[in-house]
Design a protein around this ligand. Structure first.
Ligand SMILES: Cc1ncc(COP(=O)(O)O)c(C=O)c1O
Length: 284
């Protein structure tokens, strides 16, 4: 049960109350979009960027989302209830499905849940990564928009499958690698790495989801004395990088400790700077 649930045009409802119909295309087809947003001190971090990405995702999937003001108001209804009930670090989900099979408006709701200690321990302990082929070249999703590269769609079944597979390999998470050998992103996170004093990430042209956390870190990296770049990196080169991280809104900044069982270099000083820039608390 979610801690807080709010439904568009209805407001906060009992989280045990059913809010979807059996013919909702979000359920039948994973046909919808979503955002997961870090909540700290009762406020959603980088909400505007998440709303902009959600609108872009819906546009790519050709369905109409309520405007950003309506979504922001829905988020605020959920957050107000969260502030009253719990507080502390949370995860706000905004979900919009295409709606019911035979037409009608999108189904839109928000939830807020506490963030478990286990979910944020990678900020302290890092992640062991297993590489997994995406099965297509790095430029394929640019040429094939139906693959929905760069869209945060609800259909995350392959995402969940690759994370289960990574765990079966003794890793904590996976790293998608294109068929032509480039490291792209995590199944639910963006890839950053360090070359000298340059913080690098994958270009959006490779079909990755444009991460809000990674974009914020790159924009603010000069404050930590870092230069920035976007480029494709062959996975073999990533293994030799000075440090690499997977970043996402709730997990925060997680340094990579090994790739396919081989230890990789780390820069704890830069990890600490990145945590500071984005304001992530590191659990003790
Ligand atoms: C595929 C993918 N890449 C990157 C990210 C990281 O995005 P953000 O930093 O906006 O959470 C996510 C987040 O869930 C994701 O699903």
């Amino acid at each position: 049960m979610a801690t807080v649930t709010a439904v568009l045009h209805r407001g906060v409802v009992d989280s045990d109350e059913p809010i979807l119909c059996a013919d909702d295309l979000g359920v039948l087809r994973g046909d919808g979009v979503f955002e997961t947003i870090n909540v700290r001190e009762g406020r959603a971090f980088l909400l505007d960027r998440h709303l902009a990405r959600m609108a872009a995702s819906a546009e790519r999937m050709e369905f109409e989302l309520p405007d950003e003001a309506a979504l922001a108001a829905l988020a605020e209804q959920a957050l107000a209830a969260w502030r009253e009930s719990a507080g502390g670090e949370g995860a706000l989900r905004l979900v919009a499905t295409r709606g019911r099979e035979h037409g009608g408006p999108p189904t839109v709701f928000a939830t807020v849940d506490p963030v478990s200690r286990e979910r944020i321990l990678p900020r302290r302990d890092g992640l062991r990564i297993a590489t997994a082929t995406l099965g297509v070249d790095a430029d394929a999703r640019g040429r094939a928009p139906w693959l929905l590269g760069g869209v945060k769609a609800l259909s995350y079944a392959t995402t969940m499958a690759v994370m289960r597979w990574a765990k079966s390999q003794g890793a904590d998470d996976a790293l998608w690698v294109s068929a032509d050998g480039f490291a792209l992103e995590g199944p639910t996170s963006s890839l950053l790495w360090l070359e000298g004093e340059t913080l690098c990430t994958t270009p959006v042209s490779a079909g990755i989801l444009p991460g809000t956390t990674s974009a914020f870190l790159l924009e603010n990296a000069p404050k930590a004395g870092l230069k920035t770049a976007e480029r494709l990196i062959p996975v073999e080169e990533l293994r030799e990088a000075e440090a690499a991280w997977l970043t996402s809104s709730v997990r925060g900044v997680a340094f990579i400790t090994s790739i396919d069982g081989e230890s990789v270099d780390q820069r704890p000083d830069v990890t600490a700077e990145l945590d500071k820039l984005a304001g992530f608390d590191v659990p003790s």
